[in-house]
Design a binder for this molecule. Structure first.
Ligand code: BEZ
Length: 238
């Protein structure tokens, strides 16, 4: 990692912060993060170690789903505390030897960062000593096209991530931004969305009286329809 970059030795970024910047070596060449990804959504995720079973299942799943993320203007970037040659050897083994749940010949084409110094992992709060002081936990940072952290999820070493959920997060964040709404529990494209809470007594009254445009469970909790086609067109352009 380039010592002139702005990351701090140990920190815990928060939602709404600018993603800590760094330069690093990856399996796809050097990266200047997050600047290189300006204009795209990015999922920066860490895994504990190369040549481990949970991580292998995760990489095969994520690589298989990558086209869906690309369609949603979202790039994937992995990181672990292993070196570049370990990363390359592991990804080659995955492609050449591993068949898992119908996935085989899986080529991981998204960049995997080497972070043997742990500087990036520390800057992103990926080292959580109660879990391990030498391996990154399974962290997920969703970063928007302006380089702002929009979602953070941490999983322990033993728990493989749900990549359908990560795709749902990308779609939900983009839908919230574009349509100025919020998404309720377990929302999926096509489900009703939440209209921002009324900010005045007049608006609250109007909403309770106007039964057509939205459905109000009470004055502070109103939903409206947003069909799946409209959501997916906004996210994928199709
Ligand atoms: C795994 O990916 O299988 C794994 C890695 C570190 C600790 C536990 C499991």
């Amino acid at each position: 990692m380039d010592p002139t970059t702005s990351v701090q030795p140990t920190s815990m970024p928060r939602i709404g912060d600018k993603a800590p910047a760094f330069k690093a070596v990856t399996t796809q060449g050097e990266t200047n993060f997050p600047e290189q990804f300006a204009g795209s959504w990015v999922i920066l995720f860490s895994h504990p170690a190369d040549f481990t079973p949970v991580c292998t299942s995760e990489f095969m799943t994520f690589a298989t789903l990558e086209p869906k993320f690309t369609e949603a203007n979202c790039k994937l970037v992995g990181l672990s505390i292993d070196g570049l040659y370990s990363h390359i050897a592991w990804l080659r083994t995955i492609k050449e030897k591993i068949e898992y749940k119908g996935m085989k010949n899986v080529e991981v084409t998204f960049p995997l960062i080497e972070d043997i110094t742990m500087e990036i992992a520390k800057a992103y709060g990926m080292i959580q000593p109660g879990e391990s002081s030498t391996k990154a936990v399974r962290a997920v940072f969703v970063i928007d096209p302006k380089g702002i952290i929009r979602t953070i999820i941490y999983y322990p070493l033993s728990l493989g991530r749900n990549f359908d959920e990560l795709y749902r997060v990308i779609v939900a964040l983009q839908t919230a931004d574009q349509f100025k709404i919020a998404t309720p529990a377990d929302w999926r494209p096509g489900d009703d969305v939440i209209v921002p809470t009324a900010g005045s007594c007049g608006v609250a009254k109007e909403r309770m009286e106007n039964k057509e445009a939205m459905h109000c469970y009470d004055w502070f909790f109103c939903t409206k329809k947003l069909d799946k086609e409209t959501v997916m067109k906004a996210v994928t352009g199709k």
